[in-house]
Design a protein around this ligand. Structure first.
Ligand code: ATP
Ligand code: MG
Length: 270
């Protein structure tokens, strides 16, 4: 962690602590410089949804978990941001759902791969796919090293979890027939709209909930899990998320003093 003293009652404490993790990940080579900017975009949308897991997101999480539990060959894709924010949760979700972790980087550097592998191993991962010494396959429609996937991982998967993914990659995964689950704070990103299940939430809040639901739902009969997936419509989920942002903004535009009241605590301490 970066040595940042954040008072316990600071109104932006959680957000600053998350930011601290991303900055530390960057100095450890885990997070790409562009990952810092991606995080900032996420933060802005988190502000808009109210920095908490909405009911809409929680419902999408149940569908995501049901899809993972029903999959023949699920895989969880890991990039630098996710690895720095939720390494332990990635390992736990992977174990509960039998979905291997695969390192899949937009900005590939061998040092980053090594740093991420090390972080996942320290978080308890026994096997990690997608490293340079693994068999690889290519996703058509994507250029250069962004095409590379593990042939026994994403290459063979039916369901892929791609938290904080770029839109090009998501489209390419859809084009080769994968079911795509994402966690993305921006309900309007290309990933959000191309994915089959979009959890509009911060990965920091969504992952622990996915773990909880996976443990609970693991014993549910297949038919029940199928119903959860069949009754779901991702476009509706995104419309509701956008509507929630609009409603929040409308409410705040009528009375901004609500924001001032919330921000009062700890005001003089930083
Ligand atoms: P797209 O390529 O899908 O159109 P983009 O180009 O706007 O999206 P990218 O950098 O490609 O953005 O993808 C990163 C995505 O991850 C963004 O939509 C951003 O809002 C989201 N994001 C960033 N941090 C988090 C986080 N902590 N939790 C969830 N989502 C996040
Ligand atoms: Mg993008």
């Amino acid at each position: 962690m970066v040595n940042l003293e954040i008072p316990a009652d600071h109104p932006r404490r959680i957000s600053l602590e998350i930011r601290d993790k991303i900055i530390a990940g960057h100095s450890e080579n885990i997070v790409a410089t562009a990952g810092l900017l991606a995080h900032g975009r996420g933060e802005a949308f988190d502000y808009l949804i109210g920095e908490k897991t909405t009911e809409i997101a929680e419902n999408a999480i149940k569908v995501a978990v049901a899809s993972l539990l029903l999959a023949q060959h699920p895989v969880i894709s890991v990039n630098g941001n996710v690895c720095s924010l939720v390494p332990k949760e990635l390992v736990e979700l992977s174990k509960i759902t039998n979905a291997p972790l695969e390192i899949n980087l937009f900005y590939y550097r061998r040092e980053r791969e090594d740093a991420i592998l090390q972080a996942l191993k320290s978080a308890g991962a026994s096997k990690v796919l997608g490293t340079h010494n693994r068999p690889s396959a290519t996703i058509p429609e994507l250029s250069s090293n962004r095409r590379k996937v593990d042939s026994e991982g994403i290459g063979a998967a039916d369901v892929v979890v791609v938290p904080l993914e770029d839109g090009d990659r998501t489209e390419a995964l859809k084009a080769i027939g994968k079911k795509v689950i994402t966690i993305d704070l921006n309900p309007m990103s290309r990933t959000a709209v191309f994915a089959d299940v979009t959890v509009v939430d911060n990965v920091v809040r969504a992952m622990p909930l996915m773990i909880r639901y996976a443990s609970e739902m693991k014993s549910k009969p297949t038919d029940e899990l199928r119903k959860i997936v069949e009754n779901y419509n991702n476009d509706e989920n995104l419309s509701k998320s956008i509507h929630l942002i609009r409603a929040r903004l409308e409410e705040l535009s009528r009375d901004v003093s609500v924001l001032r009241k919330k921000k009062k605590v700890g005001r003089n301490k930083s």
